[in-house]
Design a protein around this ligand. Structure first.
Ligand SMILES: *Cc1c(COP(=O)(O)O)cnc(C)c1O
Length: 381
């Protein structure tokens, strides 16, 4: 039992591979703004950011001020955009850490400008334009409201961007709507001709893959950096960066007609060899997989989850696994020899997307980072 209790293997070489694939996909003039919110989608902010920086990524986007400050601590010169709300009382921290704040409404930009003025500081901002998602942003056709943003002396506009809501769908009406959003964004930029609005960007991962012909200044890949794009996307050569693994704590024979686990939801008519695995829903493995006979990999062979996923443990049926021992590791998401369990399959079975699932592996799972195909360079974080 030389492995950790439960862990994720993070393959930084695959992250680099995915960056190369994105660069191959986008136009020569377009750059990558890496979206590393939510602890880099559960992959660990520090190692991911440092690794991205090494392969030349100098632009980052995050969801919160706290995340932005963390990235700044790692990269003194990168540009860092906060995509969402920063409370106005934190305006000083925006300036202190040289962060770029998104402004998305008339009231927000007004408050931000006033706070910056009274603090005697200049804040870098980017303007979020709503082209049809109706989440945050200035309506694409409220040009006068957008023009006013340029008039505040305490704010400096660094960019203007929008976000696609159905870029991950092949349905004809969705493809048409994405085109509507692109047109609205371009129309808005045209109306702002003469204003120095700075850099432009529109595409998330699905938008990058399915609309790779667009040529804005930046693209904003998140989930595709980690090799697990969600929704309907064209085929691209991306590699999953994360594998989820855990140790077996105990193997035993459970007698016929005995129940296994909470709720007594399973029993077998024959004796079964059952392994208990040291991972549970508090480690990010969804409890809603309970009772679905989900596969895991042991010794290069498929075994099935039995009973309910507990908070810190779960049970699998290893009756048919050759040579299984308490020394074996269990792969819950990942590859073993020719077999694999994909994050997208697990996500589908719990009615969610890979983005959501990946973020869950942040809580207490140990991360082992590898930088080569061989597993010889490992650092425990
Ligand atoms: C999260 C986010 C992204 C990245 O989305 P992915 O689908 O993970 O690539 C890009 N832009 C905005 C505004 C986001 O909130």
């Amino acid at each position: 039992m030389n492995h950790p209790r439960a862990w994720v293997d993070i393959h930084l070489n695959r992250l680099n591979h995915n960056v190369q694939q994105i660069n191959a996909l986008i136009s020569k003039k377009t750059k990558i703004m890496a979206v590393v919110k939510a602890d880099a989608y559960g992959h660990g902010l520090e190692q991911i950011v440092l690794s991205l920086h090494k392969v030349g990524v100098t632009s980052y986007a995050v969801a919160t001020l706290e995340e932005a400050i963390e990235v700044r601590g790692l990269l003194p010169t990168a540009d860092i955009l906060i995509l969402g709300l920063t409370p106005i009382h934190n305006v000083y921290l925006l300036a202190h850490h040289r962060l770029i704040q998104t402004v998305f409404s008339e009231s927000y930009v007004k408050s931000l400008a006033a706070a910056a003025t009274s603090a005697g500081i200049l804040i870098e901002i980017e303007i979020k334009v709503d082209t049809g998602m109706n989440r945050i942003g200035f309506a694409y056709d409220q040009i006068n409201a957008i023009k006013i943003v340029f008039s505040y002396n305490s704010l400096r506009v660094n960019g203007i961007y929008s976000h696609l809501s159905v870029a991950d769908s092949f349905k004809p009406e969705d493809v048409a709507f994405t085109q509507v959003q692109i047109n609205r964004y371009e129309l808005c930029l045209k109306e702002l001709d003469g204003f120095s609005y700075g850099r432009t960007h529109l595409q998330n991962s699905a938008g990058i893959i399915n609309q790779s012909h667009l040529q804005f200044d930046y693209v904003r890949p998140g989930i595709m950096l980690f090799g697990i794009p969600s929704g309907e996307v064209k085929k691209v050569d991306l590699k999953p960066v994360l594998e989820l693994k855990a140790s077996i704590s105990m193997i035993k024979t459970v007698r016929a007609e005995e129940y296994i686990g909470y709720g007594r939801i399973v029993k077998f008519t024959k004796p079964k060899k059952i392994a208990t695995v040291s991972i549970g829903y508090a480690d990010g493995y969804p409890r809603s997989l309970s009772g679905k006979g989900v596969p895991v990999l042991v010794n290069g062979q498929y075994a099935n989850l039995v009973g309910r996923v507990c908070m810190d443990q779960l049970m699998i049926d290893v009756t048919n696994i050759d040579g299984v021992s308490e020394e074996d590791q269990v792969i819950l998401i990942g590859t073993s020899q020719t077999k694999r369990i994909m994050m997208s399959t697990i996500a589908e079975q719990t009615h969610t997307i890979t983005n959501d699932l990946a973020c869950q592996f942040s809580l207490r799972t140990v991360r082992l980072y590898t930088t080569s195909n061989k597993k010889d360079v490992e650092t425990v974080v």
